[in-house]
Design a protein around this ligand. Structure first.
Ligand SMILES: CC(C)(COP(=O)(O)OP(=O)(O)OC[C@H]1O[C@@H](n2cnc3c(N)ncnc32)[C@H](O)[C@@H]1OP(=O)(O)O)[C@@H](O)C(=O)NCCC(=O)NCCS
Length: 144
């Protein structure tokens, strides 16, 4: 986590991305989240690029995965994911959707993202270093 904060997070802050650290009731760091802006072709592959909100990175410390015991909606993962979702409703310019990328094998993330209303989207990111193609997901921000 420290590496992420000093590296990617610090650079992202300079580009206007918001980064949050989350603590539990005993002041222990549980995880981090972030929220920024991107431009994807939306709503179709041949549409012009549109400003969307994006969660560049979110994580829960390993000791807190699946915790606390009890309903899924009360888990740290849910609480940490709910915050950027709530924040994105107030994002300047009222972008229509909140997006993110997930490693295709990261089922521990894909499962809860489905719970928060994210659906697969056609846009992808090809990591030049690893060659991994990251699929994207979108969640509508319309209220009502
Ligand atoms: C993604 C992350 C935040 C999820 O936190 P978490 O506390 O594990 O999430 P939850 O326990 O609420 O949900 C994970 C679900 O995936 C399941 N799961 C975990 N590992 C799995 C695996 N390898 N295969 C299938 N399912 C898996 C869990 O059993 C759980 O299922 P359930 O909701 O039916 O109980 C956490 O795993 C993490 O920080 N990972 C490292 C960083 C990361 O990958 N971030 C996301 C991409 S930026």
């Amino acid at each position: 986590m420290e590496g992420w904060l000093r590296g990617e997070a610090a650079a992202a802050l300079g580009r206007g991305t918001r980064v949050c650290l989350y603590f539990n009731g005993v002041a222990d760091v549980v995880g981090y989240g972030s929220l920024g802006q991107t431009r994807w072709r939306y709503p179709h592959a041949d549409s012009p690029k549109t400003a969307l909100v994006i969660v560049p990175a979110v994580a829960v410390r390993r000791v807190y995965w699946g915790k606390p015991d009890g309903p899924q909606g009360d888990r740290y993962s849910s609480q940490i994911m709910q915050h950027p979702i709530d924040e994105s409703f107030a994002w300047p310019g009222s972008p229509p959707e909140l997006g993110l990328f997930v490693h295709p094998d990261n089922l521990a993330a894909i499962k809860p993202y489905a719970r928060y209303g994210f659906r697969p989207y056609f846009h992808t990111y090809a990591d030049p270093a690893s060659g991994v193609i990251y699929p994207s997901y979108l969640r509508p921000l319309a209220r009502g």
